[in-house]
Design a protein around this ligand. Structure first.
Ligand code: FAD
Length: 304
């Protein structure tokens, strides 16, 4: 037996929950299936979302779930989606224990990060070492910071982090992939470059204390930023449908968030690689408005 909904939303982060909120307020019969493992769960606080600056991720989510639960046509279930296919115009969605169908599916499953292979990095990621300076740069301002990274975006990233602290050491964990002129540029800005492989990061209760090189050299640092967290899609939509990736690792959609599969939409981090909470939520809002409008116009046509 399958349960039928007008819209099934896979993923209950800022993007999926905001879509559910607006669809619920539009009296739409909506199911949210959410594994509840958002990528920012590692942090103690989220920033930059007006009225929620500094809120814990689980508190943000708790408020979201209680708000959508106020609308009787919305159902939230903690459940991992394990398969998705379309047959005769209807999507079939398999949750942990049940099977669901809907004419429209919104994928809002976000991304997952893989940190560089440096001993001790998992102990500090989300507490004193981060990826996004707009999310966590203010809390680390003027501190002695480490920048970890070694890909073509490195110089640009260093210039950005320098905005929050000028006491920077760049660790490339191997020969730096930047030009001699760029090395000189770092020196000119008193930014140290350490190319030797790293042995480990030493921390106490998540607070970074030292970065130790393979030679045993110790660098005192109290926080840092990681350029590349090798993010990947949390939900393998591309295994179920022929969907291309964007340069940022997001799923390609047309304007309006619909993929090339009719009725299948992608919003939030899954679409952008990294959208931030506010953009994810606003995309959920915008898509819900567009979907409800389309449904309302269709229904009007059928009743006339
Ligand atoms: C360390 C860190 C700190 C951050 N700090 C900030 C910050 O301060 N401010 C800010 O604006 N942004 C911050 N971000 C970015 C922010 O977390 C994301 O941009 C935002 O969460 C994206 O929202 P989303 O709804 O697209 O995805 P998510 O919030 O990741 O939600 C996706 C949901 O889908 C679920 N899901 C995945 N696969 C399945 C499946 N198969 N079945 C069912 N459910 C599934 C997940 O478990 C999750 O609950 C931070 C990110 C990180 C990594």
């Amino acid at each position: 037996m399958s349960e039928q909904y007008e819209v099934v939303i896979i993923g209950g982060g800022a993007a999926g929950l905001n879509a559910a909120l607006v669809l619920g307020r539009s009296k739409r019969n909506v199911l949210v299936l959410d594994e509840n493992k958002a990528r920012n769960n590692v942090t103690k606080a989220s920033h930059g979302y007006l009225t929620r600056d500094g809120v814990k991720p689980e508190e943000f989510k708790g408020i979201g779930i209680s708000e959508i639960n106020a609308y009787p046509s919305v159902t939230y279930k903690e459940s991992k989606v394990t398969s998705l296919y379309k047959e005769e115009g209807l999507f079939h969605i398999q949750g942990d224990e049940r099977h669901y169908t809907a004419k429209r599916v919104i994928v809002a499953t976000g991304m997952k990060d893989s940190l560089p292979n440096i001993k001790g990095i998992h102990d500090v990621y989300g507490t004193t070492v981060f990826h996004c300076p707009y999310c966590d740069g203010w809390e680390r301002r003027e501190e002695p910071l480490a920048v970890f990274g070694n890909d073509p975006g490195l110089m640009d990233y260093v210039k950005l982090i320098y905005n929050w602290s000028q006491d920077l050491i760049v660790f490339t964990n191997g020969p730096a992939q930047i030009s001699e002129d760029e090395k000189k540029d770092l020196k000119l800005h008193s930014v140290k470059l350490i190319e030797e492989p790293l042995r480990e990061l030493v921390s106490v209760n998540g607070d970074l204390k030292e970065v130790i090189g393979a030679s045993g050299e110790v660098y005192d640092r109290s926080g840092g930023f990681i350029l590349d967290t090798s993010e990947a899609q949390s939900f393998p939509l591309h295994e179920y449908f022929d969907i291309e990736f964007t340069e940022m690792g997001g799923y390609y959609t047309k304007e309006g968030c619909e993929t090339l599969v009719e009725g299948l939409y992608v919003i939030g981090d899954s679409r952008h690689g990294f959208s931030g909470l506010l953009k994810a939520a606003s995309e959920g809002y915008e898509l819900a408005v567009a979907l409800n409008h389309e449904l309302a116009v269709n229904e009007w046509g059928k009743r006339g």
